[in-house]
Design a binder for this molecule. Structure first.
Ligand SMILES: Cc1ncc(C[n+]2csc(CCOP(=O)(O)OP(=O)(O)O)c2C)c(N)n1
Length: 687
């Protein structure tokens, strides 16, 4: 651990103090006007944020998505007014009126920063700890791309990832997972400033947080620095300079700050964490800061000019980068084309031709195994497809062969494009990293675990959906079909709960060929997160030439897999994943009883809901009310498709430890049961 010493100067003047007080008072005014929000954190962290934005951060407000910009994350998203004030001063499209509109309907300044809504906001933060993990993912993506594309003297990717993190961020488990991984990997381009103000909502951190954070991070392998006075520009500047010099480890700059700095009655108090200061306290605070007590949303012109300089520096850096890219294009045309495509988030032309087609005559294949074959078939064509698993690579079939691994020290030397990422047993950290990797851009990230452990990373999945992070989840061992590991490992409610997340596409393919199509959809058609839900156990590859629906129809979410014999169906049987076979068997049983059953394969509710009504009604004709769903999972949600007169076959209790075949029988996920339920539904309708 090092104490920052005075060895360089960035010529801080009164103007810097004016700028910091501008940031503070903008936050105070916006929270007061909105009558809600969090003034304390921006007031306390204003100086460190100012030093970072005015002296270090390389960014270009006129081109917020310039690829080689430094990334900045406000992990403590509740301090959003700190970020909005900085974005405004820096010249992003965030006006004073937008600041006055803080937290209002339709504004670009919502309660917590939302990517895609406000120019300059890199990731959506608010759930503490997530931003921390996102930054690690960004630094990992940066390191991967730098090693993949940079050439001697030609650096296409070379930037830092900064974040301001708070006590709450460091208490959350997800940040511990991500920090451990960042230290292990030696992600040296990661610089975090810790707003160490000793206050959370309930009071002093001493109530619940007493470890030695510095030692903790040192033991993770981080470079830890201390700044004892969070208002000392020189100390802050020097600490950031040192952090940037240490490139073999991530850096944590612990900055002792005072929440609500400048407020005579609320400084150092939890009262200032999440409530407006109040009219009188605002006045007193402005007086204490030497500010015009009457002025609101005041931005002195000279402060704007100071920030304009930072933006100009960024614009110059961007131009130099563009010139470098032009030279690189001449020298390395093939790599340049790959790089440009990656930056644009585009897949190489023709990549989908590499998607395997599986032969129905081959032996039955678990859909997870098919997924592994698909991944390995497409990986050579998509050099920026990177990912791995939370220590379940051999089970999730997420490993690319042959290729390098991401290991400590890997980033310190040129390597051959290691793409297998070992997240370790850290599902939540993996979820946060994947979001950061996706939102850094340039890579297509994927991550695997057992479906049941998607719970461990659910907050990150939710944020991926909320902020359209293009991530593919490989969730295997998707039902009681995993067998003997028992109820702790058998997902029940997981499909329903993932389907309940808006803007998350969940796909449960029924056979190997659907898996192939599912990967294409996940990479090429879905713009946000996509969960592939795959079996542990083998399932047959359907012989589509025998009149079954084409696997390609997976893109529509649901399709007629087997039509009812004769005129129109009496009943519709709907299956997903491994239960499509069960539905097909039930159809045959019903045929023996003179009942015409249509089988619908329904790999994805979400893709189906995107279809036109005519298509949806062609799959589920409204007049065919006898419907039975079969899925080895909670029946919750199936009412939507089976209707009031339909029946559901599923599992609304926890599973059990036994061989899979026995479990299917015990839990009634059988063709006989589906056929019987079909008869019940028909009897109900016929009265
Ligand atoms: C995952 C999560 N849990 C709880 C909250 C609610 N919350 C918002 S801020 C906060 C504590 C803030 O303490 P700190 O991070 O030190 O911020 P400061 O008080 O310095 O503003 C909590 C519990 C949250 N935003 N995210």
């Amino acid at each position: 651990m090092t104490e920052a010493a005075s060895d360089s100067s960035a010529c801080f003047t009164e103007l810097d103090q004016l700028a910091v007080n501008t940031i503070r008072t903008l936050a105070i005014d916006a929270v007061q006007k909105a009558n809600s929000g969090h003034p304390g954190m921006p007031m306390g962290a204003a100086a460190m944020a100012h030093v970072l934005f005015s002296r270090h951060l390389r960014f270009c407000p006129s081109d917020p998505s310039w690829f080689d910009r430094d990334r900045f994350i406000l992990s403590a998203g509740h301090g959003s007014m700190l970020l909005y004030s900085l974005l405004h001063l820096s010249g992003y499209e965030v006006s004073v009126d937008d600041l006055k509109d803080f937290r209002q309907w339709g504004s670009v300044t919502p309660g917590h920063p939302e990517r895609g809504l406000t120019p300059g906001v890199e990731v959506t933060t608010g759930p503490l700890g997530q931003g921390f993990a996102n930054g690690v993912g960004m630094a990992a993506a940066e390191a991967f791309l730098a090693h993949t594309f940079n050439r001697p003297g030609r650096e296409l990717v070379n930037h830092f990832t900064y974040a301001i993190v708070s006590d709450g961020d460091l208490m959350e488990g997800v940040s511990a997972e991500a920090a451990s991984l960042a230290g292990h990997l030696g992600l040296g381009k990661l610089v975090y400033l810790y707003d160490d103000n000793h206050i959370t909502i309930e009071g002093p951190t001493a109530l619940a947080f007493s470890e030695d954070v510095g030692h903790r991070f040192s033991s993770y392998g981080w470079h830890v620095l201390q700044v004892t006075d969070g208002n000392d520009f020189e100390l802050l500047h020097q600490a950031v300079c040192r952090a940037k010099e240490v490139l073999d480890r991530p850096s944590l700059v612990m900055v002792r700050t005072r929440i609500a700095y400048g407020s005579p009655n609320k400084e150092d108090s939890a009262d200032a964490h999440g409530a407006p200061l109040g009219v009188e306290e605002v006045r007193l605070t402005k007086r204490a800061l030497g500010w015009d007590e009457e002025a609101e949303f005041l931005v002195p012109e000279e402060v704007r000019a100071l920030y304009r300089q930072a933006a100009e520096r960024g614009a110059t850096a961007r131009e130099a980068w563009q010139a470098g890219v032009a030279v690189y294009e001449q020298e390395y045309p093939q790599e340049a084309a790959q790089f440009m495509r990656a930056v644009a988030g585009e897949l190489p032309e023709g990549w989908a031709n590499a998607l395997p087609v599986f032969d129905p005559n081959d032996k039955a294949l678990a859909t997870r195994v098919a997924s592994g074959k698909v991944l390995n078939a497409i990986a050579p064509l998509i050099p920026t497809l990177v990912g791995g698993s939370a220590d379940l690579g051999p089970s999730n079939n997420t490993t690319l062969k042959p290729t390098d691994e991401w290991l400590p020290g890997t980033f310190q030397r040129r390597f051959r494009g290691g793409r297998n990422f070992h997240f370790g047993v850290r599902e939540h950290g993996m979820g946060g990293l994947l979001n950061g990797m996706a939102q850094h851009g340039g890579v297509f990230p994927y991550g695997g675990t057992f479906l049941v452990f998607s719970d461990y990373m659910r907050p990150s999945i939710r944020l991926a959906a909320l902020s359209s992070a293009h991530v593919v989840y490989v969730f295997t061992h998707d039902s009681i079909g995993l067998g003997e590991d028992g109820p702790t490992h058998q997902p029940i409610e997981h499909l329903a709960s993932l389907r309940a997340i808006p803007d998350l596409v969940v796909i449960r393919p029924s056979d190997a060929n659907e898996v192939s199509v599912a990967w294409r959809v996940a990479l090429e058609e879905v713009r946000g997160p996509c969960a592939l839900v795959l079996t542990r156990q083998s399932v047959p590859t359907f012989d589509r030439a025998t009149g079954l629906g084409p696997a390609e129809d997976l893109v529509r979410g649901a399709y007629v897999m087997a039509e009812a014999a004769g005129e129109g169906p009496d009943v519709i049987l709907i299956g997903t994943g491994s239960e499509v076979s069960v539905a097909l068997e039930a159809r045959a049983l019903l045929a023996e009883e003179g009942v015409r059953a249509r089988v619908v394969a329904m790999p994805s509710f979400e893709l189906f809901e995107m279809q036109q009504r005519e298509y949806r009604e062609s799959v589920f004709p409204p007049d065919v009310e006898a419907r039975v769903s079969v899925e080895a999972a909670s029946t919750f949600g199936w009412e939507r498709y089976v209707g009031l007169k339909g029946r559901t076959v599923g599992i609304d209790r926890f599973g059990a430890s036994a061989p899979a075949e026995r479990l299917y029988v015990e839990f009634g996920i059988t063709a006989e049961r589906v056929a019987a339920e079909a008869q019940v539904a028909l009897a109900g309708i016929r009265g």
